[in-house]
Design a protein around this ligand. Structure first.
Ligand code: PLP
Length: 444
């Protein structure tokens, strides 16, 4: 599904798209990635139309933009976190759930999705796949390590095709089990197992849509540019921004914000990519960005070296053996800031607290810890006349404890969320045991 060359977006298309609803825009953008003989026009229109509705995303705009001018001149916030699980992963997952169901029905096939989550990805996948025909989800999570809100969100789902498995251990133990099950090829084939990773390209094209929408919302003519600031961990979100820019969306700068786990910020500043072992990965108050190795970063490096697959393969041979690589002296890296417009910065726990408080006091808006990392790094990168759009990647209620530390109170639960917290929870708790997970899959 990875296109050899990227499709382009013309000036005339951008103009024509200004008046479109989010669903119609998604349809137009995805059409560029999906061949008509894969999914016909009527089907793609229906799938995008069903995914991007006010009922699913809370407003007709789907990703509304608001001003944070009172905090910093030129600063805006684009909300990507008003979907069912209150984090930006819903933006792609809600469409993917529908695409999967369509594909499986057409091939008369079934799929068992196996994944590990520390919070946002797992719940987005479960809410996207709940009740869908032909699909089972088996989601491993570290027992007792997610917030009460995250646990309630996942474990309260009652659909029979959703299987929550809490593992006595940490996230890495869950991840190791997923790898072990996937490496048993006979089992994998016998049980039609797919991981959430295999859908990455679909995920990224669905994410290109909100960069186009953000651009169109913040401008009135195509001669204007905007910049985006993106809270980053696995390079999934910002990869879509990079692709939107390559396709022709007039994006000036892409600001990559990391937390204390700054492997990506370090690369863009020095040309050295130094993945960390998991014991060097800090547990932070923006936990969805706590990564030691960025799983979508290879795609960017492939562009950086102009599609030289052998060169990228050689670099990842190093990475896979736990080593770093240094491309600082290559002409490609030296020209990369100019060519790709990516700058980076790091934010700390103290920065998050300070930013959440200051944004609240100046604008009245509560932001979550990940978004705060984005705001912090964006603020020093704003250029006059170019709107800086920070992507809001989660709502503050998901990270209520830290928000309370910053402003002195917890964000209020909506009536619906309060109900959810009281629902019975469906989860089996197991030891970190590959055989037990296989049994659960085989029995479903
Ligand atoms: C997943 C996630 C991120 C990081 O996104 P990447 O695509 O991994 O860079 C940031 N914030 C939140 C709230 C997330 O759930």
């Amino acid at each position: 599904m990875l296109p050899a060359t990227l499709p382009t977006i013309s000036d005339a298309e951008l103009t024509a798209w200004r008046g479109l609803s989010y669903a119609s825009l998604a349809n137009a953008v995805l059409r560029k990635f999906i061949a008509a003989d894969d999914i016909d026009a009527a089907t793609l229109t229906k799938l995008t139309g069903d995914a991007y509705t006010e009922a699913v995303f809370g407003s007709a705009e789907i990703t509304p933009i608001s001003s944070l001018e009172k905090y910093a001149s030129g600063l805006h916030l684009q909300a990507l976190s008003n979907g069912p699980t209150l984090a930006f992963k819903d933006m792609a997952m809600q469409l993917l759930g529908r695409l999967f169901e369509f594909e499986l029905a057409r091939k008369n096939a079934t799929l068992n999705i196996l994944g590990a989550t520390s919070g946002d990805t797992g719940s987005a996948a479960e809410y996207a796949m709940r009740g869908r025909k032909g699909i089972n989800v088996f989601m491993l999570s570290p027992a007792g390590r997610m917030s009460a809100f995250q646990r309630a969100q996942m474990y309260s789902l009652q659909e029979k095709n959703i299987h929550n498995i809490a593992v006595d251990g940490v996230f890495d133990d869950c991840q190791d089990i997923v790898k072990a099950v996937s490496n048993d090829l006979a089992f994998k084939h016998a049980h039609n197992i797919g991981t959430v990773n295999s859908i990455n390209w679909g995920r990224i094209s669905a994410q290109v849509v909100y960069y186009v929408r953000g651009y169109l919302s913040a401008t009135s003519s195509n001669s204007q540019k905007v910049s985006f600031a993106v809270p980053s961990g696995n390079f999934g979100n910002i990869l879509a921004g990079h692709i939107a820019r390559e396709m022709g969306v007039p994006i000036d700068t892409l600001v990559l914000a990391t937390n204390e786990n700054n492997v990506l910020a370090e690369f863009f500043q020095t040309g050295v990519y130094r993945p960390r072992p998991s014991k060097e990965t800090f547990e932070t108050s923006s936990p969805s960005m706590d990564i030691s190795k960025a799983s979508n970063f290879e795609r960017f490096v492939f562009h950086l070296f102009n599609g030289d697959a052998a060169r990228v393969k050689a670099l990842w041979t190093e990475v896979d053996q736990g080593r770093s690589f240094d491309v600082s002296q290559t002409p490609e890296f030296k020209g990369s800031r100019e060519r790709f417009g990516i700058v980076s910065g790091t934010s700390t726990h103290a920065d998050r607290l300070q930013t959440i408080k200051a944004v609240y006091e100046t604008t009245g808006r509560l932001i979550d810890t990940h978004t705060a990392d984005g705001v912090k790094v964006a603020a020093s990168r704003i250029k006059p006349g170019i709107p800086m759009i920070v992507l809001e990647t989660a709502l503050p209620i998901k990270f209520a404890e830290t928000v309370k530390q910053a402003v002195g109170f917890e964000p209020a639960l909506t009536a619906q969320q309060a109900e959810m917290m009281k629902l019975p929870q469906r989860v089996v708790q197991i030891a970190p045991d590959v055989a037990r997970v296989k049994e659960i899959i085989a029995a479903a």
